[in-house]
Design a protein around this ligand. Structure first.
Ligand code: ADE
Length: 356
């Protein structure tokens, strides 16, 4: 697989997208970016490439596998797919798996890179039939880009305005049938006209312990680490239900193992490495504990409004809501109520506070 930086606009300094080709042609050049055999980023070595390697998200895989099979038999582009859920659960990975399963290339970009109309236009006109266009953080698309996407998604048509003022006219250009895969941590922030144009809307869930343990074991195999089952389970317990974090923690464990000269990695070593990085037994990190502590110390355990919390922590409210809170809610340490956030008895107990 090859990943190549390329720019849909004309300023090479700021790449608007990169391209992933499941079947790269050796020796291809920058002018033919889809086939450039450039090395893959480090993280990508651990990414599953096919449904068969992708652990967990059973329902999502089932829905997408059926859609792919039906699409293949009709020889059409796959319907547009919206993937939503907390960061790190595998939205980008799933888009790449879809491309691999369909045997097509995937153009990867993110909404903030599509500043000017020509950024999105450049991407759309360069898509080949049935290719995937992956737009991360799609809730951040600007209005103009969104309006360009409507006819593109619905009728594979680009409506361009030519000229200005009274002489302005609309010209339509046909596009290749393609699949837009949108990813967002905030499905509620998508405008409804955009959301309604996706045929498949799927949520990614936090992973269960068994799946996480299997993901950690698989990554350990790829990294050629001898990781005991108990050690894999300990990483799984402490990764916030999130494979990206599991792989990150595993790399920190590998650092400690190599410094200590351990060939075999057991649970004690995982504990040592993760304590060093202040990741506690349930996977909470410093920002989780800061949030819970602020609610407990500053507001008697809540309720307290999100904006007040964000101001107190010096964080962006939407980041707190989409990135920090979901795992605390999932653990049952925090509750969202109409009057604000509350730390639950389980959350109090975890931080060593006596019952209220
Ligand atoms: N690495 C990261 N996410 C994964 C997943 N869902 N399955 C297997 N390996 C992974």
């Amino acid at each position: 697989m090859a990943i190549v930086s390329s720019n849909a606009g004309r300023e090479p300094a700021k790449p608007a997208s990169r391209l992933v080709d499941p079947n790269p042609t050796p020796g291809a050049s920058e002018e033919n970016p889809g086939a450039n055999p450039e090395l893959i980023q480090r993280e990508d070595g651990l990414r599953p490439k096919r449904f068969a390697d992708y652990i967990g998200q059973a329902e999502l895989k089932q829905v997408l596998a059926i859609a792919i099979e039906a699409t293949r038999s009709r020889e059409e582009a796959l319907d547009h797919v919206l993937l939503y859920g907390p960061p790190g659960l595998g939205k980008t990975t799933m888009a790449l798996v879809l491309a691999e399963e369909l045997g097509v290339r995937c153009r990867i970009t993110s909404a903030p890179a599509l500043e000017r109309p020509r950024d999105i236009v450049g991407l759309l006109v360069n898509l080949q039939p049935r290719e995937l266009l992956f737009i991360d953080e799609i809730h951040r698309l600007n209005r103009v880009a969104e309006e360009i996407l409507y006819p593109a998604m619905e009728d594979f048509r680009l409506d361009l305005t030519v000229g200005k003022g009274t002489t302005a006219r609309t010209r339509s250009l046909p596009l290749a049938p393609f699949t837009l895969v949108g990813a967002t941590t905030r499905a509620g922030s998508l405008s409804s006209p955009l959301r309604d144009r996706f045929g498949l809307i799927q949520r990614l869930e936090f992973y269960g312990l068994d799946d996480l343990q299997a993901i950690v074991q698989r990554a350990a195999g790829i990294l050629e680490l001898q990781l005991e089952q108990e050690a894999a389970l300990e990483v799984a317990r402490r990764c916030r239900g999130t494979p990206r974090i599991a792989n990150r923690l595993l790399r920190r464990v590998r650092d400690v193992a190599s410094v200590r000269g351990h060939q075999q990695i057991g649970r004690a070593l995982v504990d040592e490495a993760l304590s060093l990085h202040r990741v506690d037994g349930r996977g909470l990190d410093a920002s989780d504990r800061r949030l819970l502590t602020l609610v407990l110390e500053g507001y008697g355990g809540g309720p307290v409004g999100l904006d007040t919390l964000a101001a107190g922590l010096g964080e962006d409210a939407s980041t707190l809501e989409a990135v920090v809170e979901p795992y605390l809610l999932q653990l049952g340490f925090l509750q969202r109520t109409p009057r604000g956030r509350i730390v639950t008895p389980a959350g109090r107990a975890h931080l060593g506070w006596a019952a209220a």
